[in-house]
Write a protein of this length. Structure first.
Length: 186
């Protein structure tokens, strides 16, 4: 007789939000597949790329009533066990009352852990109804992967190198990959 094992689903969003509210302000946590994951401090290189992204995305968003914001969590109505914190979130509308966005237009991840940032998070981002595009930005080589929602429910993929340009029709502009890596040596 076979015995079926049931996996503990872990924390849902409401339980996680109550749990993380009691954590010290200097700690950064994200909910990943039902488990709280402590985020290690980021390297200066990582932070410089984030600063470059925010600086260059901000003008595009402003013209459309949107903002480029680092360090807020994104949520999906179809996945209750995830609350990842992308490095940059572009969202429109009134400011959030908390650090959780259900309406991002674009998110950008600067890779620190390949399997988590490029694996399960990629799957999660595709479930967010408002999301039009997400960027995976490498920090050890000049490479940006652009995932864009197609006219149907599918996603397209494009990779750009240092001489490339990321088209952002969602925000009405283009972002040169070299701008993302401004002040970064390879």
């Amino acid at each position: 007789m076979a015995l079926a094992l049931r996996r503990d689903p872990g924390m849902g969003l409401a339980e996680y939000q109550a749990w993380v509210a009691d954590r010290p302000d200097e700690e950064r946590w994200e909910l990943f597949d039902g488990e709280p994951v402590h985020m290690a401090p980021q390297s200066e290189r990582h932070q410089q790329i984030i600063a470059n992204l925010v600086r260059h995305l901000r003008p595009f968003g402003r013209d459309r009533g949107c903002r480029a914001i680092p360090g807020i969590a994104v949520l999906s109505d179809s996945m209750d066990t995830f609350a990842p914190i992308p490095n940059v979130v572009v969202r429109c509308g009134p400011p959030l009352r908390n650090g959780y966005a259900r309406d991002p237009v674009l998110v950008a991840e600067v890779l620190s852990t390949m399997s988590r940032d490029r694996g399960r998070k990629t799957d999660f981002y595709r479930t967010i109804a408002s999301l039009k595009a997400f960027l995976i930005v490498y920090q050890d080589e000049p490479r940006v992967e652009v995932w864009r929602r197609g006219s149907d429910t599918g996603w397209t993929f494009e990779a750009c190198g240092l001489d490339g340009t990321v088209s952002l029709p969602e925000l009405g502009g283009h972002l040169a990959v070299a701008e993302i890596y401004d002040d970064i040596a390879f």
